[in-house]
Design a protein around this ligand. Structure first.
Ligand SMILES: NC(=O)c1ccc[n+]([C@@H]2O[C@H](COP(=O)([O-])OP(=O)(O)OC[C@H]3O[C@@H](n4cnc5c(N)ncnc54)[C@H](OP(=O)(O)O)[C@@H]3O)[C@@H](O)[C@H]2O)c1
Length: 337
């Protein structure tokens, strides 16, 4: 059991779901602390029916904390994780800052739980668009070895945090009212639009979000031979990322085999009946910890190709649920340093 746990960034879009998960799940801990910036410090949040004061994130905040789950912007995570580590507090971090550090395990508990044992004080949780894709890839990779993935994402505005969620609602309202609206989380209007750029330019025409899907996939599977070609797009959907995924395997996997493999994998749920108009859609998957798969079909352009559609709640399995599962691994193994 973890004696004392902290949620860092407790007031954010992911932090709010982490609080919800702690209310829903039977997670064993003694004391819980909520941390955020100067903006929210001193405000209160209701947790398990009681009022809790949000405390300021500072080095001393970790003095008596065993495990912290962090959901803050990258520069904040860069600063606070060493504060925690110096105080023997293990951090499960949601930000992108530590994920590719060779000293930091990048963990999806359904795929590489053993990596968490190697931690040196920080464990990273992957990018939301990576997590749902690798979950779907896992049974196919085990059965037929994936050589190549082509993925296009349709990412919800909640992926850009509380401000991204507000921008969609307020921007849509302004659009309908023919009023001006200044977007805070996006460089272009997201209402009634698509933005084919998430993150900054990173590598040969690919964005930082797209390169996360490449590098993180290879790190999680421990296999740099898996080639990934991503296109990440922001869409005017409030929650749940969708992905059109095409995989090419060494050994051919038929549609029926793929359905059986997906069905047998905990955390995956197949919804696939095109004739009856049944497939996963964001508005039906929100609030669920499963990753949903549909539209499974053979690639007409490639011998060993399989195409499918994948939807997952980016705030839950894409972020909060995965981090809480990692913390549960820590609590089971008593692996706090
Ligand atoms: N949204 C997703 O789907 C998703 C998925 C996977 C990973 N992530 C990652 O998770 C992290 C959080 O994302 P989010 O969507 O929850 O963002 P968000 O809604 O903007 O929340 C950010 C949180 O960080 C806190 N924070 C910001 N600056 C801080 C500072 N200087 N000191 C202390 N706390 C500070 C905020 O507290 P205040 O209330 O005080 O501002 C808030 O609690 C990001 O690194 C993101 O990339 C997000």
């Amino acid at each position: 059991m973890i004696e004392s746990i902290a949620i860092v960034g407790a007031t954010g879009a992911v932090g709010r779901i982490i609080r919800q998960l702690f209310e829903e799940r039977d997670f064993p801990y003694g004391k819980i602390t909520f941390l955020a910036s100067q903006r929210s410090a001193g405000t209160t949040i209701t947790f398990k029916g009681e009022e809790h004061e949000v405390k300021l994130l500072c080095p001393e905040a970790f003095d008596d904390i065993d495990v912290a789950i962090g959901s803050t912007p990258d520069p904040v995570a860069a600063e606070f994780c060493p504060w925690a580590r110096e105080r023997n507090c293990v951090v499960v971090d949601e930000s992108g800052y530590w994920r590719m550090d060779p000293e930091v395990p990048l963990v999806v508990p359904e795929i590489n739980p053993e990596a968490a044992d190697q931690h040196k004080g920080i464990i990273a949780s992957p990018n939301c668009s990576t997590t749902q894709m690798v979950l779907a890839m896992k049974p196919l990779h085990d059965a037929g070895k994936i050589r190549r993935v082509i993925v296009s994402t349709y990412q919800a505005t909640s992926g850009a945090g509380v401000q991204g969620q507000a921008d969609l609602i307020d921007g849509s309202r302004a659009f309908l009212d023919e009023a001006d609206y200044e977007y805070q989380a996006f460089a272009h209007p997201i209402a009634f639009n698509l933005i084919p750029q998430i993150g900054s330019h990173k590598h040969e025409g690919y964005t930082s979000e797209e390169m996360k899907m490449v590098y993180e996939t290879q790190k999680i599977f421990g296999d740099e031979s898996i080639k990934v070609c991503p296109t990440c797009v922001r869409v005017p959907v409030e929650n749940c990322h969708s992905e059109s995924i095409l995989v090419e395997t060494e050994k051919k996997i038929s549609v029926d085999e793929a359905k059986e493999l997906f069905d047998a994998t905990p955390g995956l749920k197949v919804v696939d009946d095109l004739g009856n108009g049944e497939y996963p859609m964001p508005n039906q998957c929100s609030g669920d910890d499963n990753t949903f798969i549909g539209r499974i079909r053979e690639d007409l352009s490639c011998e060993n190709g399989l195409a499918f559609w994948c939807v997952s709640d980016n705030l839950r399995k894409g972020a909060a649920t995965n981090a809480v599962q990692i913390a549960e691994l820590l609590s089971k193994t008593q692996a706090a340093v």
